[in-house]
Design a protein around this ligand. Structure first.
Ligand code: 7TS
Length: 411
């Protein structure tokens, strides 16, 4: 297999990959939950704290100016990474979850009424279900779900009947964290706009792994997390179309998000700060800016090409294992670097524990997609997920681990 990325060189950038777990070289196959971090990101955050830390947007003093320049510089680079028209459209949040909640509780509360419909897919992460359910309960709206078929593809023919003038917003992940399906977000966006609905893309999985261009997609909101794309935890992004963000009320109130305050009331700051109440995650945003530079230098098309190769290899190797049932598409062109499966009747938690003994980290459980698991007739599944540092040899180690689990359980 010839990867389009120099994976050996990339691996040398990630200190944690030298670790041993249970005296075996670590095989980290849980990047869909959170990716590892290259030294440049760790060093940038460390350097910031050692040399330039002060609160942002506050002082006239040198350190505050340096911190503000770093913070706002990161915002600009993140905006370019997703091809935002303006960095004013890039709002820092804690994570994708908070970004989606922000839209549900500001735009949603202001615009949704009793009987309005919120359209999601059956494969959404809880983060793109629960905030909408909470909003729906509050305003009397209805949440509906576009079906996903047995192969893990979205049933776009259902859009004909499900998209109506009642539909006010469509929420869809660009890539499913369980099925791995790369979703037809451009088509869904076009058709949703056809009935006047807005579209929120949950890019928690898509943005780290696929080239993402908000102008090309044509969507209205994009939510993603820094920690799944080589950045730190505690920092996420909401991108939104400027006119929409301008019209939305703020989410949280406090310092930084105001222009003026009197004892009687307040006026809001301009974008993006209107949505950034309180002292933000400064070091984390700087770390995410560096992570975006790191991914941009590799090139997101090359990142995708590498993951396509590794998932194609993983799907081939997994298909050799008797008793293994793959969940999601078997076409690597339509699947990201996520391989979810069950193995005989071995509980995913037992399997994950056996693999951990071999130094292999996978995720077991419902992956925050309980409704999808219930629809598939499963309580839980096992998931191996890949990233820029994943090697075919690691897929081989996984397969060996699966055979070991089978022999322990005499399957
Ligand atoms: N949306 C999708 C599609 C996700 O995969 C996740 C996290 C989220 C939203 C929420 O991201 P957060 O950073 O706000 O927590 N997914 C997973 C996962 O698959 N395993 O752990 C977290």
């Amino acid at each position: 297999m010839t990867s389009t990325l120099d994976v050996a060189k990339i691996r040398a950038d990630f200190p944690i990959l030298n670790r041993r777990v249970h005296d075996k070289p670590l095989v980290f196959l849980d990047s869909a939950a959170s990716s590892q971090k290259p030294a440049v990101v760790i060093d940038a955050m460390d350097h910031y704290y050692r040399t330039s830390h002060a609160n942002v947007h506050r002082g006239v003093h040198t350190l505050s100016e340096e911190a503000t320049a770093l913070y706002e510089g990161a915002r600009r680079r993140i905006g370019k990474f997703i091809n935002a028209r303006s960095s004013r459209e890039v709002i820092f949040t804690r994570n994708a979850t908070e970004s989606i909640n922000l839209v549900a509780f500001t735009w949603g509360r202001a615009n949704l009424r009793s009987g309005d419909e919120i359209l999601l897919t059956e494969s959404e992460h809880h983060s793109n279900i629960v905030p909408w359910q909470m909003l729906a309960k509050e305003v009397g709206a209805i949440v509906r779900y576009i079906p996903v078929d047995a192969q893990g593809y979205l049933d776009t023919s259902a859009l004909d009947s499900m998209l109506t003038v009642k539909t006010k917003i469509v929420g869809i992940a660009s890539m499913s964290n369980v099925l791995g399906t790369i979703m037809p977000i451009e088509e869904v966006t076009q058709r949703a706009h056809g009935v006047g609905a807005l579209v929120l893309i949950d890019g928690a999985q898509g943005v780290p792994h696929l080239p993402t261009d908000v102008q090309a997609i044509g969507c209205d909101f994009l939510a993603f997390s820094g920690h799944k794309m080589c950045g730190p935890t505690g920092i996420g992004v909401l991108w939104g179309r400027r006119e929409l963000l301008e019209a939305m009320p703020p989410f949280l109130g406090g310092g930084d998000m105001i222009r003026t305050v009197t004892y009687e009331g307040a006026e809001w700051n301009e974008l993006p700060w209107k949505f950034e109440a309180g002292t933000p995650a400064i070091a984390e945003s700087i770390g995410l800016g560096v992570a975006v530079d790191y991914l941009s230098a590799l090139g997101m098309p090359a990142v995708r090409a590498h993951e396509r190769e590794i998932i194609a290899y993983a799907l081939d190797r997994l298909a050799e294992v008797p008793g293994l049932t793959l969940i999601g598409p078997d076409d690597p062109d339509r699947r990201g670097g996520v391989a979810t499966f069950t193995l005989d009747d071995i509980h995913p938690h037992d399997l994950a524990a056996i693999l951990d003994g071999e130094g292999i980290a996978i995720r077991a459980g419902h992956h925050c997609a309980m409704p999808l698991h219930r629809k598939l007739g499963l309580m839980a599944s096992s998931r191996a997920s890949f990233y820029i540092y994943s090697l075919p040899e690691e897929v081989d180690r996984l397969i060996e681990g699966l055979y070991k689990a089978k022999s322990i359980f005499k399957r």
